[in-house]
Design a protein around this ligand. Structure first.
Ligand code: VAH
Length: 318
């Protein structure tokens, strides 16, 4: 049976680039992008698009039957900083959207699910350096609690009902094609825009706040990759640690200065500092590399080059 994909939350930071990659991989006619509202962007213009509320079970089921969907990528969620401002809705959206898709799969109506977790599942009692796949996990954010709970349910639905759900604990993700979306790591996206626009940036995290990070191209490669390997290679059904690099606001500023020598950075930590302090500084992703061949292509150097090339070409047309 041909792979037919439904992406829920296709207009988000990951969804936008994931949709383009899935259309290129499986054919535009085999990919249905969906989001809560119809925006004027490439996701809507370049293929099949449906307005879909991730909390509407009947609507999800209807689209799956209408397009004979085999694989669902559930990307809709409230991220860490936004979730702290609206805990009840964050829990509702992050959890019930997952239950809807898991239950549709349990009913045999789809073959595979991708569901994103995050390094936010780790908390202040987790070893911060080279955080292992299996360790203490006491998340202290609404977002992290929802992701840890979601991981438990993914593993339960696999073990109890054979649902083929696959998951990755994304680090902070950096991309040029979408505006930052309420994440604690999003300073690392905004800094590139400000380097071009203003030549200076004020970080809402302190200069030595090291966090695990990844370029979006690598995140998309991992997302499509984990869904393409045979099921028997997926030995972890909660979620896989994934990593590419780790850096501090000061270190990314130093890298930017190689391109903009006069660039300056200031530090004004806000409520997001407490969130960042509860997360790992770096991640051990050896299980993903061993089980399904993960390896990153981007480091802070070539990511920074690629960010400026794309921002100047496609966004600021400089
Ligand atoms: C956030 N970008 O900051 C997300 C991510 C590890 C962080 O999950 O909330």
């Amino acid at each position: 049976m041909d792979t037919k994909v439904l992406i829920i939350g296709a207009c988000g930071q990951i969804g936008t680039e994931l949709t383009a990659k899935l259309r290129a991989t499986y054919g535009v006619e085999n990919v249905v992008a969906s989001d809560i509202r119809k925006l004027e962007n490439d996701v809507v213009k370049n293929g099949i698009f449906e307005v879909l509320n991730a909390l509407d079970y009947n609507q999800i089921e209807y689209l799956i039957e209408k397009y004979e969907i085999t694989d669902v990528y559930l990307m809709a969620a409230l991220l860490s900083a936004t979730a702290e401002k609206n805990p009840a809705f964050a829990w509702d959206l992050n959890m019930n959207s997952l239950f809807h898709v898991l239950n549709i799969a349990k009913a045999g109506k789809i073959k595979k699910i991708f569901w994103p977790s995050s390094i936010a599942v780790f908390g202040p009692t987790t070893p911060r350096e080279n955080t292992p796949q299996y360790t203490v996990m006491e998340p202290s954010t609404v977002y992290g609690i929802s992701k840890q709970t979601g991981e438990r349910w993914c593993e339960y639905y696999f073990k109890q009902y054979g649902v083929d759900v696959r998951s990755i604990r994304y680090p902070g993700l950096i991309s040029w094609s979408t505006e930052p979306g309420g994440g604690t790591t999003d300073y690392a996206v905004d800094i590139y825009h400000k380097a071009i626009l203003d030549g200076k940036f004020t970080s809402f995290l302190s200069e030595n706040s090291a966090l695990p990070m990844m370029y979006m191209d690598d995140a998309i490669k991992a997302t499509v990759g984990i869904m393409q390997v045979p099921a028997e290679q997926i030995k972890i059904r909660s979620s896989y640690n994934l990593s590419a690099m780790s850096f501090t606001p000061r270190e990314i500023a130093e890298e930017i200065k190689k391109h903009y020598p006069d660039f300056t950075i200031g530090y004004n930590p806000d409520f997001r500092q407490k969130i960042a302090d509860s997360w790992p500084a770096s991640i051990d992703d050896s299980y993903a590399r061993a089980d399904w061949g993960w390896q990153n292509d981007f480091t802070i150097e070539n990511m920074t080059e690629d960010m400026f090339t794309n921002l100047k070409t496609h966004v600021y047309k400089k």
